[in-house]
Design a protein around this ligand. Structure first.
Ligand code: TXA
Ligand code: MG
Length: 327
């Protein structure tokens, strides 16, 4: 299943959508934009198609996939929603939230997509192209981020091609994604909702809707990773990543945020400013593209100035911490 294929670049029009839907229904792999990052889609009910995702990404099979649906009604056919899950779905779908719930006995999402778990991860994306595509396919679409396993998630079609050209049937080109970091993952499996991955929906927004803080999965379960896929080292550029840099060494690549101008900046090899105004939403939208650009300069180290963890800053810091983790 890793024999080279010609990867088609499909435009965001009726023809492109129809071609993408037909390929997915035929068991092929199609990358498509969501408001967070590009996903690598396959028919979630077809184990052979889902197996192609794991092969194309070189993703370990113990790491389950998110099933994408066009609306909440379709999602409720795949999982069992407790009161908290219903509240969260009503508040944030369509949008950058993934709910992990007990799988519905009649779910079409296959065992391989769920990595054999009794739960299922469900998401209703807000991107209009994603919603049109999902409606046209008429089946749950399994879609991890459309990058090689362990690498930086793609926020543009050419990022997808850099990682997966020759390994997937097509990319539906929707331009830059808006949010830039992946969905927030919340588990509603009985008991209080647990935050498995910070992402496009902030902790403050969850708290406002739930009336309490979501439980941190790591806090209740320190020995195990929160989600099967939440390995420490992830989102890794080739370069080493150095966090909370107070000064810059000669030749380092630099990620700036806000007003900080650390000493030594004039000797940097390359600089990307995530948000001159210090806006975490703007910074999230630029984060993965900036990491890819700085990595392409060949710098040995990417130094990152301190980024506060309010709002989307929590998801940004989470991704950068994984990028900086030892590998
Ligand atoms: O924004 C996003 O969520 C993007 C777009 C394409 O929708 N998708 C994405 O998928 O980020 P992926 O595969 O890169 O991340 C999915 C995360 C992984 O950490 C995985 O372990 C977790 O969700 N997950 C999936 N099913 C799960 C389950 N049943 N229980 C716990 N965690 C689960
Ligand atoms: Mg991913």
């Amino acid at each position: 299943s890793t024999a080279p294929v010609e990867t088609r670049l499909l435009g965001p029009d009726a023809d492109g959508l129809a071609a993408a839907a037909a390929l997915l229904r035929a068991g092929r792999l199609v990358a498509f934009p969501t408001e967070t990052v590009y996903g690598l889609g396959a028919d979630a009910g077809d184990p052979a198609a889902v197996a192609r995702i794991f092969a194309a990404k070189a993703r370990p099979r113990f790491n389950p996939l998110i099933a994408h649906l066009p609306d909440t009604e379709a999602a409720r056919a795949e999982g069992m929603f407790d009161a908290a899950a219903q509240t969260l779905a009503a508040a944030f779908w369509p949008g950058p939230l993934t709910l992990v719930v007990p799988a519905h006995p009649g779910t079409r999402v296959c065992d391989l997509a769920r990595a054999g778990l009794p739960s299922v991860a469900l998401r209703v994306p807000a991107h209009p192209l994603a919603r049109d595509l999902l409606a046209a396919v008429g089946r749950p679409v399994a879609a991890p981020s459309a990058n090689r396993s362990g690498r930086v998630s793609p926020t543009r079609a050419d990022h997808v091609l850099d990682d997966l050209a020759g390994r997937i049937a097509a990319v539906l080109d929707g331009g830059d994604t808006q949010v830039g970091v992946e969905s927030t993952v919340v588990a509603c499996l009985g008991g209080p909702p647990r935050l498995l991955r910070p992402g496009g929906i902030t902790r403050a927004a969850l708290r406002a809707v739930l009336g309490t803080d979501p439980v941190d999965a790591n806090a209740s379960d320190a020995e195990r990773p929160a989600g099967p896929g939440l390995l420490a080292s992830h989102y890794a550029p080739r370069a080493r990543v150095r966090l909370d840099a107070e000064r810059i060494a000669p030749g380092e690549a630099v990620l700036l945020f806000g007003a900080a101008r650390p000493p030594g900046l004039e000797g940097a090899r390359a600089v990307r400013d995530l948000s001159p105004a210090g806006d975490p939403a703007e910074a999230a939208a630029r984060l993965f593209g900036a990491l890819r650009d700085l990595d392409a300069t060949g710098a040995e180290t990417i130094a990152v100035v301190p980024i506060p963890d309010d709002g989307l800053g929590e998801a940004i810091r989470d991704r950068l911490a994984r990028a900086a983790a030892p590998r």
